[in-house]
Design a protein around this ligand. Structure first.
Ligand SMILES: [Zn+2]
Length: 212
């Protein structure tokens, strides 16, 4: 795999480290970090900076009782860490547990494209998108922010070419038409913080059926 060319924007990385991202976006960011050396290093720098801020607060006076309590806690064995999730197929570790063992539950969204909703809540939705090789995703715009991470194949749109590991961030001003590469079907992880609003007539009619 070539190194990703499209990364997590800085404000989004900062919000992720602070725990302020909606859940669907946090999963996409964690998945990209697991695929991208550059963003893994940026993430570690953010964590170290956060740790430095905490250390600078350490000068507050600590009572003897509190100090004794803290040392007692340090002596206790650490709780056992749960087993780290493992990557499976094209699904990196942060995603693997969200995809059923025998594969995603695909539903047709027309024109050969399919989706599988992994998570849906007040904060938005997270889904897998399957686009046949050389095909376009129905032209759509959205009310909020959309974050798309390529897991297999590639797609191109007005924002450039996106291969495995690349992230596209599209806001409501972007009306884009992703076109899958011709070599293989494109499978993406897509997070939105508001329902997509398809601009083509037929997809709009299908929307209540497929709950896009
Ligand atoms: Zn990156």
């Amino acid at each position: 795999m070539t190194a990703p060319q499209h990364h997590i924007p800085e404000p989004m990385m900062a919000a992720y480290v602070a725990g302020n991202l909606p859940q669907p976006f946090a999963v996409v960011v964690a998945t990209h970090i697991s695929m991208c050396d550059e963003c893994r290093a940026r993430h570690e720098t953010h964590l170290a900076l956060g740790g430095a801020v905490l250390e600078s607060l350490e000068d507050a006076p600590v009572s003897d009782a509190m100090r004794a309590g803290l040392f007692a806690m340090l002596d206790e064995p650490a709780p056992e860490e749960p087993a780290a999730p493992k990557p499976r197929g094209i699904y990196p570790a942060p995603l693997a547990d969200m995809v059923p063992g025998d594969g995603p539950r695909w539903r047709s969204i027309g024109m050969g494209a399919r989706q599988s909703i992994l998570w849906r809540g007040k904060e938005g939705s997270l889904r897998l998108l399957y686009i046949p090789a050389g095909q376009a995703v129905p032209d759509h715009s959205h009310n909020g922010l959309e974050l798309t991470l390529v897991l297999q194949g590639s797609f191109s749109d007005e924002g450039g070419r996106f291969g495995v590991g690349d992230v596209e961030v599209a806001d409501e001003a972007v009306e884009h038409t992703p076109l899958a590469g011709i070599d293989s079907p494109c499978i993406c992880l897509a997070a939105t913080d508001a329902p997509l609003r398809f601009s083509g007539m037929i997809p709009r009619l299908l929307q209540p059926v497929f709950r896009i």
